[in-house]
Design a protein around this ligand. Sequence first.
Ligand code: GLA
Length: 382
Amino acid sequence: MTSAELSRRFETLFGSKPRIFCAPGRVNLLGEHTDYNDGFVMPCAIGFSTRVAIASRTDRKLVVQSEEFSERREFDLDNLPAHGQGVWSDYVVGVGVMLQQMGVKTAAANLLVRGEVPIGAGLSSSAAIEVASALALMSLDGAKLPLPEVAKLCQRAENLFIGARVGIMDQFVSCLGKAGHALLLDCRSLEFRLIPVPESVRLVICNTMVKHEHASGAYNQRREECDQGVKILRQWYPDILALRDVSVEQLEQHKEQMPATIYKRCLHVVAENCRVQEGARFLTVGEVNRFGDLMRESHRSLRELFEVSCRELDVVVELAETLEGYCGGRMTGGGFGGCTVNLVKKNDAQRFASQIAERYQAATAIKPDVYICSAADGAGVG
Ligand code: GLA
């Protein structure tokens, strides 16, 4: 649905002309489960976005309608719920609540949401709706936050209102992604550098169709295990604040003094941070095969050390090795299902996409969705 179509639909539903804001989903090329450890990530925004159309109302209501769920929900702006209720509108309301907590007097509004980021696929449909809603609500509230602050606001909505302890990566790249580039983000300082993705490759995203569930505990549990690792390591390195501050050598020195699981989680994060730094150097000089090898290593580490992969993701990653034009790939996002991201030579991308789909279906009896993507721009108007 185009912006113009969404605008017409809004007028039919609410009888006024809206302003429209949009925010993209993302795919992460390298640096998984590092963001909440103050580490490094390298995501791109992708061409799937969520659009939010908005216009003001004269009462004190927030009326939110979704095109996907064909459902309308109404809220009293002076009495918004304190926590999410496990429904799609939580992402919009959560952002509104966070704005109010910042002292912004939120205006009454009608909102129409139209998302095209596949839901539950690990492509950050939640960040997309949060960021688009934040821009929409702020346009009426006169709040003018810089984009990195918008990203933090949306992360807070997800942490405090929805109850998923996610890091900053998804919201940040949804706000600040740039066409043709990956974003090398330092999740501690929020400094970032744009890394060009060579024109010679495409990002082929293969959706295993296995739904992941962040709030379902496994993600939060990984976070706790990382925190535990930091606590243990502080006995010898009192100055460390997060796994970001630990080197592989430091970790190895105390391997025997840590529970095996905690050690494995820490090793993944510490080595993954190094891979991101190295990967940024390779991508910058167009070394796509060497970058691809780091993606392979990342996948192995997520499977064996961090233990967030699943059979279907591993199947796609193995099948990809047999196909022409493949430079490397891995699971992307939180894990436990969702997508793999494959770096594929441009001229082979189409064939790669159809062959991986065929072979995955033959191996698992599940028909996957496969998308050929390029890095896209972050959030904005329209
Ligand atoms: C999810 C979270 C991110 C990040 C990834 C894992 O996508 O939303 O903050 O932690 O998982 O890298």
